[in-house]
Design a protein around this ligand. Sequence first.
Ligand code: BDR
Ligand code: CA
Length: 313
Amino acid sequence: MRKVIIDTDPGQDDALAMMTAFGAKKDLNVLGITCVAGNVPLDLTSVNALKICELSGVFSVPVFRGCPAPLKRKLITAEHVHGKTGLDGTDLLVKKKELEPTDAVDFIIECTEKYRDEKITICALGPLTNIAKVLKQDTVLTDSIEEIVLMGGGFFEGGNITPAAEFNIYVDPEAAKIVLESGLKITMLPLDVTHKTLVQRNFLEKLRKSGKNSAIQAAKLLDFFERYDVEKYGSQGGPLHDPNVIVYLLNPEIYYGKLVNVEVEVNSELTRGMTVVDWWNVTDRPPNAYYINEVKENEFFETVLNNILSLEI
Ligand code: BDR
Ligand code: CA
């Protein structure tokens, strides 16, 4: 049973990642959800996390507010993709669940102390601001962090928010640099792989026909979410980014990648947030990330579907 913290900026695809993790009760012990500003401002991402917990029938997992803005820059959001609320496509409400009083960064640091013998995995689904802040504190026990598995970056596919940069890295490139230079075990699920998990029509149908509220709402979230990318790329379905982090933990054997050096551009205005991947090992820069670029997409959708359908409500 792997102990995980999900750091997130929901976002419809973040929502499906959370639901997949909640459904995987035998494999993942979700210690907490830590929210960060990204797709929409922090006030919305944190309430959205509560909404997804309630939608999934999950009341025991604590939700924390983290950083409202990137380390050094003004926040850039993505309402053009996710809608005004970040969860457009549904009108979910929060009835019972409340945010914890502790700050997300403090919670993660406390977990590194509490689980020093068992270790924790951080699943990062948004800009890396909270995680970089954690790593900057003297009190963090980095030995307790088994791995950081993150959705971010792109190399072969280029960017999605600028021609060069993927959204999560672009929003807070300084934070991404801190994480990539931390020396911790890092696995990256970039656009190069998430653009291969395009929402399949039969996957949506199965969610809709399940008769379960959580699955039906998940399909509604995706209907809204994918319209932007379907138009942009002219594809049959939109890329389901963030659930790749969770599916990677559950089924690593369906992914392929390489241990390579990845650096982040923080200075250039033109290529800010670009992830420069030494895929062909043409420099002597040391490898710092397991960079994934292939997935068996049918198995991916099967795992997301089975776990969402195993939610109680
Ligand atoms: C990433 O940016 C957000 O829009 C998604 O939630 C995902 O984490 C994809 O670039
Ligand atoms: Ca996200």
